[in-house]
Design a protein around this ligand. Structure first.
Ligand code: GAR
Length: 197
């Protein structure tokens, strides 16, 4: 399994998966990292790990169609067969989705379908969870389709919301769940327990 990553910021989910590959806990190779943010932690982590990495964004490719095609070209060039969004804050283009149908995954810091969709990312999810007085929150891994946070759910991990929770404590706890859940989900895909269409 050759893994490609799309990440916008810190890249801690990506790092958790890379670590699992390096430690032999995941029969997969991280082969390329793409970020829309030239200064992202994700690109720095890729450089530290010696993984080929690219900054591809509206700055490098002002035409969205060109950008979409370039992302596909890079993923194909590195023979990627599973693309993982890891804190990627951009919509995946139609050419990418058509080239890798059912093989682009995302992790979301909430329990979909609640607290998902446009504008629902990062700490905003935890703010909404607290504002709604939800009893549980968690992380969801799903297949990416043309609509934000909409594709089939592959795996979920929950945690109870405590009265004392703040956005920061929830963000920390859910992120730790994400690291374990994303890695385990890929492992279940590799061993055939979860089948991608
Ligand atoms: C993670 O919590 C991830 O679920 C979230 O961004 C964070 C990235 O952290 N993604 C979304 O909100 C996408 N809707 P990381 O860069 O440290 O992996």
């Amino acid at each position: 399994m050759r893994l490609g990553f799309l990440a916008s910021h810190n890249g801690s989910n990506m790092q958790a998966i890379i670590d699992a590959c390096r430690a032999g806990r995941l029969a997969a190779s991280p082969v390329v990292v793409i970020s829309n943010n030239a200064d992202s932690g994700a690109l720095q982590r890729a450089r530290n790990e010696g993984i080929p990495c690219y900054h591809l964004s509206g700055r490098t490719h002002p035409d969205p169609e060109d950008l979409d095609r370039e992302i596909v070209d890079v993923l194909l060039k590195h023979d990627v067969n599973l693309t993982l969004l890891a804190g990627y804050m951009k919509k995946v283009g139609p050419v990418t989705l058509a080239t890798f149908p059912g093989h682009v995954l995302n992790i979301h810091p909430g329990l979909l379908p609640d607290y998902g969709g446009p504008g629902m990312y990062g700490r905003r999810v935890h703010e909404a969870v607290l504002a709604a007085g939800a009893r549980t929150t968690g992380a969801t891994v799903h297949v990416v389709d043309a609509i934000y946070d909409n594709g089939p759910v592959l795996a979920v991990r929950e945690t109870a919301v405590q009265k004392s929770d703040t956005v920061e404590t929830l963000a920390r706890r859910v992120l730790a769940l994400e690291h374990a859940l994303y890695t385990e989900t890929i492992s279940r895909i590799i061993c055939g327990e979860i089948r991608l269409s």
